[in-house]
Design a protein around this ligand. Structure first.
Ligand code: ADP
Ligand code: ZN
Length: 743
C-alpha cells in the first residue's frame, strides 16, 4: 500500500479553512481519512479530523501531526460527505458541523474506558499442589481453589469481597506464579441492570401488512427505493412496523437507526426495542442527552466497533457511526424538536433522508400528522406513501368536542380553566375510576403580573416578554433567559398597591383542579415539576398504576404514551399556538390537537376529548375535530402556495443581533441591501424588521426572511455576501435555513 505524505485536516477551531500537515513515519499506517488527530496549531495544540490524504501540498511551513487519537478512523467517508452537505445546505462552517457529528466525549477524548482488574489462574492446579499450599497458607489455598473453578477471569474486587480476603493474599499468589492479573474495560450500560424478555412478533393486520410489504420491497432493493412516509393514526401500530422492518434489515446483515423525539425517548419506548431484540441485548445502543459522559462514551464505542446493530436515539443519533446501514426510521417525523436551534441548524429528518441516499439505505418516516413538507413530497412522487387508517384492535377514534369559551359564563373564576362541560366530564371519570389528562402548553402559575393602576406588566429586563409567576417558588421568572426576580409588594413603576395576577399556566390548572375536586389525586408534569431525573419515570409509573386520577401537563405528556384507562383528555386552551406570528401556527395546532387527542381511549372504553377554545371555528381546530388530515392538508397547502411558503418555496431566516439597537438595525439594513444586490431575481429578500421577539437575552434582534427554490444556491450566495460584509464586533448574524422558529 502506498502511503501518503500529507493529511488535510479540519481543525476544531472556527477558521473556515482546511490545513495540511505532514504525516510522520511512525504514524503513517495509523492516519487515514476520518482519523482524529492532534496537531500543532498556532502556538499550541489542537484536535482535528483528517478529511483527505494527499501526496503534494502547496502550503508552506508544513508541520507534523503530533498524535493519532483512538484506534481506526472515527468517521466514515460517508459521514464526512454528509458533514460537507450539511455545511453547504445549512450555510454553516464545517468545523461547527463537526462539533455535532461527534459527541464531545469522543471528540475531546477526555473520558476513557472504565477499567477493572481481573484475575485468573496461571495454569490448572492439581489437588496435590493445593494441599501443599493449604498447610502453610490456608487463605491462599482458599483463593486459588476458588479461582480454579472460574470459567472466565473474575473482577478482583468482587472475588476478594466474596471470600472476605484482602489483597495481600492475592498478591502472594501472583508472586508465586499461581495467578495472574490483567486490566480490562467494563462497559457502562445505562440499561445494564435491566432484564428484557423477548417480545414476540405480532401478527399484522391487513393495512400493516401492506405497509410492511412496501418497506420490505425497498429493503430488498434499496438503491432504487424512495423515502417512505408511513402515515398512521395514533395507535395504528406504526411501532410494530418499525420493529419488523428492523428485523428484515438485520436479516440482510445490515444495521438500523431509529430516531425519536427526545421527549418520547421514554423508558417505555426503549423497552419496546430492547425486548424485541432481547436475544442479544448488546445489539441495541441508546443515545440520548441523559446519559453520563461515561455511558455515552461506551454506547458510542459499542456502535462504532460494530457490536451494536440498532441505535435508538434523539436528533443527533442520525450521525451514529453504524457500518452497513440498511434502514433509518424517523418516528414522529413532524416533530419540531428534530430541528437543532443552534448552529449547525440542521433538521434530523432531512439529514436522515440525505444520509440514506449516500448510504444507499432505506429511510422510513412515520407520523400520525406528517409535516406538510413530507406529505407534499408524496404528492410530487418524491416519497412513497403508506397509510394506516385504523387503530389496532378496532379501537374507536376518540370523540372530539369543541367548547366555545366565549359562551362560558365569566362570573365563575374557575370557568376559563375548567368550563362547565369539562368539569362535569372530569367528575364522571372520577366516579367511574377512569383517568383524565388535562393539557396546557404553558408553565407557571400566572403568566403576568400587571399593575391595575398604571397598566404596566413586570417584564424581563433582558427579553421582551412578561415574567411568569411561579407559586411553588414564590418568584417571577423569565421562560426565555431564566432571569428570576422577587415578587414586588407594590408596583415599582407607580408605587401603588395595585398588582394583579393574570393569565394562567399548568401550576394554576393544578391548583384549580385540586380545589374543584378535593378528593382526586392530581399531579403535574412539566419542566418545573420534573427537574429530578427520576421524577418523570416515577410519575408515569404511578399514573399507569392508577395512583393518579388527573394528570396536568405540557407537551411532555402529549407524545407517545399509552394509558388504557385514560378516557378523557381536556385541552385547556387550544388557541395558544394559533396566535403566534408563524406560518406554521395552524399546522402546529392541528398536530398538537391530534396528538393529544390520541392519548384518549386506547383501551376498551372509547375516549373523549374536550377542546376549549376562543376561536372554535378556525380550520385547524375543526379539521382536527373530524380527524380529517386530508381536508386539513388541502386547505393548508393552498394557503402556503398562495403565499410562497414552504413546502412550495424554501425559506431562510437571518437574525441580526446586537446589544445596541441602532447598530443592529443598521447592520440588518446594510445586509438586506447587499443581499438584494447579490441575489438574482428568483430569490426574494424581505425588509429587515424587528423580530416578533424583539429583545432576547439582552440583545436586540432583527429579521430578514429570504425565499427561493434553489436552496443550495441560495445558501452559497448568502455565505458569500456574509463573508464579504464586515459586521461591527458587537453585531452577529445567524443564518437559519428551513427555519422552524420565527420568533
Ligand atoms: P403507534 O406507534 O401507531 O401509535 P403502536 O405501534 O404503539 O401504535 O401500537 C399500539 C398498540 O397496539 C401497542 O400496544 C402494540 O403492541 C399493539 N399492536 C400493534 N400492532 C398490533 C397487531 N398487529 N396486533 C395486535 N396488537 C398490535
Ligand atoms: Zn428573559
Amino acid at each position: 500500500m502506498k502511503l501518503s505524505r500529507f493529511a488535510r485536516v479540519i481543525v476544531d477551531r472556527a477558521i473556515q479553512r482546511e490545513l495540511d500537515y505532514a504525516i510522520p513515519e511512525v504514524l503513517a499506517d495509523r492516519v487515514s481519512i476520518g482519523s482524529r488527530v492532534r496537531v500543532p496549531f498556532r502556538d499550541r495544540s489542537a484536535l482535528a479530523t483528517v478529511v483527505a490524504l494527499v501526496d503534494e501540498t502547496s502550503a508552506s511551513g508544513i508541520r507534523e501531526i503530533e498524535a493519532v487519537i483512538g484506534e481506526g478512523p472515527t468517521l466514515s467517508p460517508t459521514l464526512l460527505e454528509l458533514a460537507r452537505w450539511i455545511s453547504t445546505y445549512y450555510c454553516c462552517p464545517i468545523e461547527t458541523v463537526m462539533r455535532s457529528l461527534l459527541p464531545q466525549v469522543i471528540r475531546r477524548a477526555q473520558v476513557g474506558w472504565k477499567k477493572q482488574q481481573f484475575v485468573q489462574v496461571s495454569s490448572s492446579v492439581s489437588a496435590d499442589t493445593l494441599a501443599t499450599i493449604r498447610r502453610r497458607a490456608p487463605r491462599q489455598a482458599e483463593l486459588l481453589d476458588e479461582l480454579s473453578k472460574l470459567a472466565t477471569p473474575a473482577p478482583v474486587a468482587e472475588i476478594l469481597a466474596r471470600l472476605s480476603l484482602n489483597s495481600s493474599t492475592l498478591r502472594a499468589l501472583v508472586r508465586r506464579g499461581f495467578a495472574k492479573l490483567h486490566e480490562a474495560a467494563v462497559p457502562r450500560d445505562p440499561h445494564g441492570d435491566e432484564q428484557f424478555v423477548t417480545s414476540p412478533e405480532l401478527t399484522l393486520n391487513e393495512e400493516q401488512y401492506a405497509a410492511l410489504a412496501k418497506i420490505v420491497s425497498a429493503i430488498t432493493s434499496p438503491e432504487k427505493a424512495k423515502p417512505i412516509l408511513l402515515q398512521g393514526v395514533t395507535g395504528s401500530g406504526k411501532t410494530e412496523i418499525y420493529l419488523q422492518s428492523i428485523r428484515e434489515t438485520l436479516a440482510r446483515g445490515r444495521t438500523a437507526i431509529v430516531l425519536v423525539p427526545e421527549i418520547s425517548l421514554t423508558p417505555q419506548t426503549v423497552e419496546r426495542f430492547k425486548s424485541r431484540f432481547a436475544e442479544s441485548q448488546d445489539s441495541v445502543a441508546v443515545l440520548h442527552s441523559h446519559l453520563s459522559e461515561g455511558e455515552r462514551h461506551d454506547e458510542w464505542h459499542k456502535v462504532h466497533s460494530g457490536r451494536a446493530r440498532i441505535v435508538i436515539g434523539a436528533r443527533s443519533a442520525v450521525f451514529a457511526p453504524l457500518k452497513n446501514l440498511g434502514l433509518i426510521v424517523v418516528d414522529e417525523e413532524h416533530e419540531t424538536s428534530y430541528k437543532q436551534e443552534e448552529a449547525p441548524r440542521y433538521h434530523a429528518r432531512d439529514v436522515a433522508v440525505v444520509r440514506a441516499k449516500l448510504e444507499k439505505c432505506v429511510v422510513l418516516l412515520g407520523s400520525a400528522t406528517p409535516s406538510l413538507e413530507s406529505y407534499h413530497n408524496t404528492l410530487t412522487a418524491k416519497y412513497e406513501l403508506a397509510t394506516l387508517t385504523q387503530r389496532v384492535d378496532n379501537c374507536q377514534m376518540p370523540r372530539i368536542r369543541i367548547i366555545d369559551l366565549r359562551q362560558e359564563k365569566r362570573s365563575d373564576r374557575a370557568g376559563t380553566i375548567l368550563s362547565e362541560k369539562l368539569r362535569t366530564a372530569t367528575a364522571e371519570r372520577l366516579e367511574k375510576h377512569e383517568q383524565t389528562i388535562l393539557f396546557l402548553n404553558r408553565r407557571g402559575f400566572s403568566t403576568s403580573l400587571v399593575c391595575s393602576n398604571c397598566g404596566r406588566a413586570r417584564d424581563c429586563p433582558n427579553c421582551s416578554v412578561a415574567l411568569t409567576f411561579h407559586r411553588s417558588i414564590l418568584r417571577l421568572s423569565c421562560h426565555l433567559c431564566g432571569h428570576s426576580a422577587a415578587v414586588p409588594k407594590k408596583c415599582p413603576e407607580c408605587g401603588e398597591d395595585a398588582l394583579i395576577y393574570s393569565g394562567f399556566g399548568t401550576e394554576k390548572v393544578e391548583a384549580t383542579v385540586g380545589h374543584v375536586f378535593p378528593k382526586a389525586v392530581v399531579k403535574r408534569m412539566d419542566a418545573d415539576s420534573m427537574t429530578r431525573k427520576e421524577a418523570y419515570r416515577e410519575t408515569l409509573r404511578a399514573f399507569r398504576a392508577g395512583k393518579i386520577d388527573i394528570l396536568v401537563g405540557t407537551q411532555m405528556i402529549a407524545k407517545g404514551l399509552h394509558f388504557p384507562n385514560v378516557t378523557l383528555v381536556g385541552i385547556i386552551n387550544a388557541d395558544l399556538a394559533l396566535h403566534l406570528p408563524d406560518f406554521r401556527a395552524g399546522e402546529r395546532t392541528f398536530q398538537l390537537l391530534t396528538q393529544v387527542a390520541g392519548r384518549a381511549g386506547r383501551g376498551e372504553t372509547p375516549g373523549e376529548v374536550l377542546v376549549q377554545s376562543y376561536t372554535p371555528f378556525s380550520p385547524s381546530i375543526q379539521f382536527a375535530r373530524h380527524h380529517d388530515f386530508a381536508g386539513y392538508v388541502e386547505q393548508e397547502l393552498e394557503f402556503r402556495e398562495r403565499c410562497d411558503f414552504p413546502p412550495f418555496k424554501h425559506a431562510v431566516l437571518i437574525t441580526v443581533r446586537s446589544v445596541h439597537e441602532a447598530r443592529g438595525k443598521f447592520s440588518a439594513e446594510t445586509l438586506t441591501r447587499r443581499l438584494r444586490e447579490a441575489l438574482p431575481e428568483e430569490f426574494t429578500v424581505s425588509d429587515a424588521t424587528p423580530a416578533p421577539l424583539e429583545k432576547l437575552h439582552g440583545q436586540f434582534r432583527f429579521h430578514i426572511l429570504l425565499r427561493g427554490s434553489a436552496i443550495l444556491r441560495l445558501s452559497r450566495l448568502i455565505r458569500e455576501v456574509l463573508d464579504k460584509l464586515p459586521l461591527p464586533e458587537d453585531v452577529t448574524a445567524a443564518v437559519d435555513v428551513d427555519p422552524y422558529q420565527l420568533l
